[in-house]
Design a protein around this ligand. Structure first.
Ligand SMILES: Cc1cc2nc3c(=O)[nH]c(=O)nc-3n(C[C@H](O)[C@H](O)[C@H](O)COP(=O)(O)OP(=O)(O)OC[C@H]3O[C@@H](n4cnc5c(N)ncnc54)[C@H](O)[C@@H]3O)c2cc1C
Length: 358
């Protein structure tokens, strides 16, 4: 889950003799003319200003929990929940904006989205669970809106799933299944095979109904329509063809489907009750909108000029995929590449690398 990668980078940094300051946060970037010459940091011993020889590389984790940036850049329905660490509060982007850097807005989406369910634990802690691929594509689950209708191919990527939620004003959406689905695959925070569902039911995370009608009433969804939707879905399970949304029609769908599902690994009959529902909400797993940079991660000002000595990488920089989600690695891949480019450019060795002497 990334720990080994970060540990290896940390080891390299220590071997290179780089000075590290923990519990120290960027507050302001110091600009003189078109040059970035330093930064103001807050540390446990107070505020310090440092002068830089080569440059400042911003890597503070993008929009994150910044209320200001979320309100300016995200659609209403996606502002509440983020999967960013609480430490990420938009500091790099906001500090750069104050010295005339600009946020790229002309993107397909300001973030990569994830449907997440939310449970308040007994100790008050709130768990936000990302529905990455453990349940949505598995056979025997469907997602509906308030009217009891499906609105998306549930097995598509998390980003596409939420994009459909936003396009159809579906917040929340409900993932629906029967008991055997929970036994086989689990549902969100409920692990496969969990026998005692009481804690999840009492917390209101999981909703149970002996019949489809009872479930629909509890989640305030049109009962007649939900029954029709399930009947139609069961028809698709028999033929293996989802005529409405093509569930199971792509390699990605089938890869994340059920290993023994036939004829379609993403479809299975929803059987007898009890039935279950979990609400999922839009959340961001990474911001795509960030600072406008050039091909070396150099930050550009409002008038398109280089702010000499200022770089942005990771989610502090606008995504090169411009708010689309081509597949796994969309964030970490560019973060590593542009981190490297920024460091090489600041050191003055990038050109030599790109155009080696013959
Ligand atoms: C569930 C989930 C699954 C994902 N899966 C993938 C995947 O498979 N592939 C992929 O490519 N991406 C994936 N992502 C996205 C990816 O993890 C993030 O986009 C990426 O880690 C962001 O890297 P970053 O360096 O921009 O920010 P971060 O890794 O969040 O680092 C930002 C750092 O800056 C620090 N910081 C914040 N403010 C300041 C300040 N003022 N001064 C100093 N430091 C500060 C923070 O403490 C933090 O350590 C996933 C994300 C989630 C939530």
């Amino acid at each position: 889950m990334g720990n080994a990668l970060v540990a290896r980078l940390f080891d390299s940094v220590r071997r290179a003799g780089v000075g590290l300051r923990f519990e120290t946060a960027l507050r302001e970037i110091i600009r003189q003319g078109d040059d970035i010459v330093g930064a103001v940091l807050s540390s446990p011993s107070g505020e310090v200003a440092i002068r830089v020889r080569k440059g400042v590389v911003l890597a503070t984790g993008g929009i994150g929990w910044s209320r200001d940036l979320r309100e300016r850049l995200f659609p209403d329905a996606a502002r509440r929940l983020s999967l960013a660490p609480p430490s990420n509060t938009g500091d790099g982007i906001l500090a750069a904006e104050r010295i005339d850097a600009v946020i790229e807005r002309d993107l397909e989406s300001p973030a990569l989205w994830m449907p997440s369910s939310v449970m308040t634990q007994a100790d008050g802690h709130v768990s936000v669970f990302p529905h990455i691929m453990l349940d949505r594509a598995k056979p025997g689950l469907l997602a509906v809106d308030k009217s009891g209708r499906r609105f998306v191919n549930e097995a598509d990527s998390y980003h596409d799933f939420v994009a459909a939620m936003l396009a159809t004003s579906t917040t929340p959406a409900f993932l629906i299944c029967d008991r055997s689905f929970i036994v086989d695959f689990g549902l969100g925070l409920v692990h496969p095979g969990t026998r005692n569902l009481r804690g999840f039911l009492e917390a209101g995370y999981l909703v149970e109904g002996e019949t489809i009608e009872a479930l629909a009433r509890k989640i305030d969804v049109d009962a007649e329509q939900l029954a029709q939707t399930i009947a139609r879905y069961n028809g698709f399970a028999a033929t293996g063809l989802d005529e409405d949304f093509g569930r199971g029609s792509s390699e990605l769908n089938r890869f994340n489907g059920g290993p023994r599902g036939k004829p379609n690994p993403c479809l299975r009959r929803i059987g007898s009750g009890p039935y279950y529902a979990v609400a999922v909400w839009p959340s961001d797993l990474a911001s795509s909108a960030g600072l406008r940079t050039d091909s070396c991660g150099r930050v550009l000002s409002r008038d398109g000029k280089r702010l000499s000595g200022l770089y942005a990488v990771g989610t502090d920089a606008s995504s090169i995929f411009r708010g689309t989600y081509p597949g796994p690695g969309t964030m970490i891949g560019p973060a590593i590449v542009f981190g490297w480019c920024a460091a090489m450019d600041a050191a003055g060795t990038l050109r030599r690398f790109l155009d080696p002497p013959r």
